[in-house]
Design a protein around this ligand. Structure first.
Ligand code: TNX
Length: 524
């Protein structure tokens, strides 16, 4: 056993691209120091605070490059950029740990790997007794396959408390995922404070009650309990900063022109009918969509102006999905607008609507992203497409030279059932067991190498119609999200489902330590 108790493999998820185990171990103890310079001091402090709770070790940080034993060295090194902006190398010998990356994100991911090389108790939040903090000697070179490795959380159908949003972001970062798509508005709730339009949250953030059971149940049942909540702009700044410190970009989604009933309930002039609407208490696709008046477009641009101040990331998601056109067809004002703008039909009007947002966001130096329905009636020039109704929309967009994020229902909808067990907790429907997620390849065969460069990556969707609280969100997200982490990080030829499930057994113990209510693995 060459003195190494961890041979031959540590259970790292997502699996690194290249990993070679060597003999021996590095032991983290009271003599260990972290060596940093002015470029890596922030990463060093972050590493110290990752290691401190469970080990209780003070771990001094020094900027002297002394060649002593027991050092963890962090180096930012432009030479390391062959491994890309998020790649890193990690070399563990009995004397030292050396981490190199071209950019801070790489250092961060190396530290995530280092944690996974340690005993699983490293994920505990208070000192663990009787443990030798051994790290097996390895050489790792690692970098992600895709730039967009994400998950979407729907905070609109059920309000998700701020503390859970942070926990979710932490879990993404631990899995080297870098994109948190935050669904903030929908028919059943508006969840982001907009100072110019206070009724969006005063009225739009609250609904009378919620469905109990499935919305197709007959008779439909309700809980009779008011539900709601929203994130103040301070909450959002806090969450965005929290994510940023973990190299997670937050992509806010403000839905338009459909899924707009909560906003129309708050400001009826945004709608198409004179009817007084409530914040919706049912699920499904609604007819109440924004009208396309100039005032409404300007209202949404005002909303986006506040959104841009809160979310510094490049991408802003404008929804675009499931906008039923019946009210536009029936509405004389909308029909007049279609004629005035010289458009063919309602699809072209939707396209016009999205193009206005695209031009607006582009003028502010940002990029619009929307669900694949934004292809209908013509894609806006700078738009990126999130392909959910299968991969067709994504393929068409990539062929037309647009960037794409893959989010197809068949592989990435974590609101679907995880097994056929009748005791599985209530879900929206569908069937998406763990191996199906794992075996997904976000690059469709139909694309040439050149076109495939437009596939930025993939993300998992946590729609919450049937997920009223964080514990159920964790149940639905895990372990499927760990599989998606490997889909988006690890090269396809390094993936192996059996090997993954072996590693997952250890990894689930880490999730236990983090109090994640994952779904247990099905027996083979
Ligand atoms: C479709 S996916 C929707 C959501 C629902 C989801 C439920 C998408 C862009 N729209 O509004 O929550 O199905 O699976």
């Amino acid at each position: 056993m060459y003195g190494c108790s961890h041979q031959p493999s540590a259970s790292i998820i997502p699996r690194p691209q290249n990993i070679a185990y060597q003999h021996g171990v590095f032991v983290l103890n009271a003599r260990t120091t972290i060596v940093a310079d002015e470029n890596t001091i922030a990463a060093a402090e972050q590493l110290r605070s990752l290691l401190k709770p469970a080990t209780g070790l003070p771990l001094d940080i020094t900027t002297e490059r002394k060649k002593s034993r027991h050092t963890i060295m962090l180096q930012l090194d432009e030479q390391a950029d062959t491994l890309g902006a998020e790649g890193y190398s990690l070399e563990v010998t009995p004397r030292s740990v050396i981490i190199r990356a071209a950019k801070p994100a790489g250092l961060f991911y190396a530290c995530q790997t280092l944690r996974q090389l340690l005993p699983i108790q490293i994920y505990r939040e208070a000192p663990v007794d009787d443990i030798r903090w051994e790290i097996p000697c390895v050489r790792i070179e690692d970098y992600p396959r895709f730039a967009w490795r994400g998950a979407m959380l729907d905070s609109a159908r059920y309000f998700m408390p701020k503390e859970f949003v942070k926990k979710f972001i932490d879990l993404l970062a631990m899995h080297k995922m870098n994109s948190f798509h935050w669904h903030l508005t929908d028919d059943q709730g508006w969840r982001i404070e907009i100072k110019t339009y206070p009724q969006l949250t005063e009225i739009g953030a609250w609904r009378k009650e919620s469905i109990v059971g499935h919305y197709r149940d007959k008779p439909r049942k309700y809980d009779g309990k008011r539900h709601g909540g929203f994130y103040s702009q301070d909450d959002i700044r806090e969450i965005v900063a929290y994510a940023r410190a973990r190299h997670v970009n937050v992509v806010p989604e403000i839905e338009m022109p459909g899924h707009a009933q909560a906003a129309i309930a708050a400001y009826p002039e945004l709608g198409n009918t004179q009817e007084k609407l409530n914040v919706s208490t049912v699920w499904g696709v609604h007819s109440n969509i924004y009208n396309a008046n100039e005032e409404t477009i300007l209202f949404l641009q005002d909303v986006l102006t506040e959104v841009l101040e809160l979310f510094p990331g490049e991408f802003i998601h404008i929804g675009g999905d499931e906008a039923r056109k019946d009210q536009w067809q029936a509405g004389p004002a909308v029909q007049a607008r279609i004629r005035e703008l010289n458009l063919k039909d309602e699809h072209e009007l939707q396209s016009y609507f999205i193009k206005r947002m695209d031009a607006f966001l582009t003028s502010k130096g940002r990029r619009l992203i929307g669900w694949d329905e934004i292809l209908q009636g013509g894609l806006a020039p700078n738009a990126t497409v999130m392909s959910w109704r299968g991969e067709k929309g994504g393929i068409a967009a990539a062929k037309a030279g647009h960037d794409v994020v893959m989010a197809p229902t068949a592989y990435t909808y974590f609101d679907y059932y995880q097994s056929r067990d009748p005791n599985e907790p209530l879900a929206i429907g569908g069937y998406l067991p763990l191996p199906n997620v794992y075996n997904y390849n976000p690059i469709p065969k139909e694309l040439s190498v050149e076109q495939a460069r437009h596939i930025l990556g993939a993300q998992g969707q946590l729609w919450t119609e049937y997920i009223p609280h964080p514990k159920k969100a964790e149940y639905m997200a895990f372990p499927r999200l760990t599989a998606l982490a490997e889909v988006t990080w690890t090269q396809d030829n390094h993936k192996d489902y059996d090997d993954f499930t072996e590693r997952l057994k250890t990894h689930l113990k880490r999730l236990d330590a983090l109090d994640v209510n994952y779904r247990p693995l099905s027996p083979k």
